[in-house]
Write a protein that binds this ligand. Structure first.
Ligand code: HEM
Length: 410
């Protein structure tokens, strides 16, 4: 337990897995979401990620059926098909910016699976608006940030434009669905239905619907894109792991596994798990104590910010031998996995606020890696150091350039 303060705000960083379990699960009722997400409200409003209490529980119940196992299995075909299509646009020897390519891919998949909409034409606009939208958080984090973001500064104006662009796209998605007037069981039609039964005033307002759609669109693609990008980047630096991956994939023939084989790819899954360990897209979770909170023998005042960082715990040598090394095979060692504390690894959080998209993300991560790595070997393009940049998610600080080479002549 490490305590520090910035201004008058007390922070405590927890790094023992048991303390993290208490924070997220056992004592989940004694805390609220932390400061980062309070700021995310500027962009996302009051959606699943940012809402609290009873209201959050209700929204979560409404959205949950879209994430049931059978439904996610139905998304697999789309994930595989879209990834194979991206793989088929690359040319032998070409330099590809993985970050850009994979983000466009996951955004298109989120649009299609969650909202049954084709957002491929909007990916550039959404990507740019998202970057501008997120940039304002840096400003908001400065001293007097809450006042700065009310001034007509260039960054603030860009933020408002970004928000307006995203609103236009999201309200269009909603309007398109509404004209179809049928429940096809996708997330948006379910949310719309909940709104349509609003007679008693408990349904969703247009604004609420906008907040949920935008939250899922953003939370549902940016994180997975970063996970897959880091995984391919790590593979590019580890030819042995890449060969092992390829032999798992080519065991299904040179076209590789299909969506139906997703459960039969232990090494591919291990590659994704290891990427989420070393470069956790959600790199820190914050909570504010709602009541006095005892941890490590100390009682902290209500209001203290409690932090648990995946970045720190996932690299702790107490739980991870050769912690800094990319070693996907560690995930195949069930004895070692059994000996590790459960909360030495928590890329998706836990408890009532656990990621609603966790199964979706595993499915997508594995299928995207499989489809891309079946056709292409990746090597780092020269002169391209890539550092992680901790924003709301752990994004690469710049383009992630790799050279792609065909695994078999096509
Ligand atoms: C590798 C990919 C992903 C990672 C690492 C990730 C990580 C996380 C984490 C750590 C949280 C909890 C935050 C907290 O407790 O403060 C979270 C929440 C959430 N995630 Fe994900 N996520 C991923 C993919 C997805 C996907 C694919 C979706 C939707 C399709 C999604 C939607 C959400 C939502 C809506 C929440 C808020 C849940 C709630 O509070 O009820 N995420 N995610």
């Amino acid at each position: 337990v490490a305590a520090f303060s910035i201004g008058r705000q007390q922070f405590v960083l927890l790094s023992a897995p048991d303390d993290i379990r208490d924070l997220l699960v056992t004592r989940g009722r004694d805390v609220r979401k932390g400061i980062g997400l309070e700021r995310a409200r500027l962009l996302l409003g009051n959606g699943l990620l940012t809402s609290e209490g009873e209201f959050h529980l209700r929204q979560r119940r409404l959205a949950q059926p879209a994430f049931h196992r059978e439904r996610i299995a139905g998304y697999a075909r789309i994930m595989h098909e879209y990834a194979a299509r991206t793989a088929s646009t690359w040319r032998d020897g070409e330099t590809v910016d993985l970050s850009r390519a994979v983000t466009a891919l996951t955004l298109a998949i989120a649009g299609k699976t969650l909202f049954d909409a084709d957002v491929t034409g909007d990916t550039v606009a959404i990507g740019a608006a998202l970057s501008d939208g997120l940039r304002v958080f840096r400003l908001a984090s400065l001293p007097f940030g809450d006042r700065l973001i009310r001034l007509p500064l260039p960054g603030v104006l860009r933020f408002h434009r970004a928000r307006a662009t995203l609103d236009t796209i999201v309200y269009r998605l909603i309007a398109e669905q509404r004209t179809r007037r049928e429940d096809r069981g996708d997330l948006l039609s379910m949310l719309l239905l909940a709104q349509d039964t609003a007679g008693d005033g408990t349904g969703m307002t247009d604004e609420q619907l906008r907040d949920e759609v935008l939250t899922l669109l953003l939370a549902g693609h940016e994180t997975t894109a970063n996970g897959v990008t880091w995984a391919l980047w790590l593979l590019a630096q580890n030819p042995e792991a890449q060969e092992r991956l390829l032999s798992e994939l080519h065991a299904f023939g040179t076209d590789g596994p299909g969506a139906e084989h997703v459960e039969q790819l232990p090494f591919t899954r291990a590659v994704f798990a290891e990427a989420l360990r070393l470069y956790p897209p959600a790199w820190i979770i914050g909570r504010r104590a709602a009541v006095p909170y005892t941890v490590g023998g100390r009682t902290l005042a209500a209001g203290t910010l409690l932090l648990a960082s995946q970045w720190v715990v996932h690299r702790d040598p107490r739980w991870w031998p050769e912690a800094e090394r990319f070693r996907p095979e560690r995930w195949l060692d069930t004895a070692a996995a059994g000996a590790r504390p459960r909360f030495a690894y928590f890329p998706f959080g836990a408890g009532t606020r656990v990621c609603i998209g966790e199964q979706f993300a595993w499915m997508e991560g594995v299928l995207l890696l499989a489809a891309l790595a079946t056709r292409w070997r990746f090597t780092i393009a020269t002169g391209a150091p890539v550092a992680p940049r901790p924003r709301i998610t752990l994004r690469p600080a710049g383009p992630v350039r790799v050279v792609v080479r065909a695994t078999t002549p096509h």
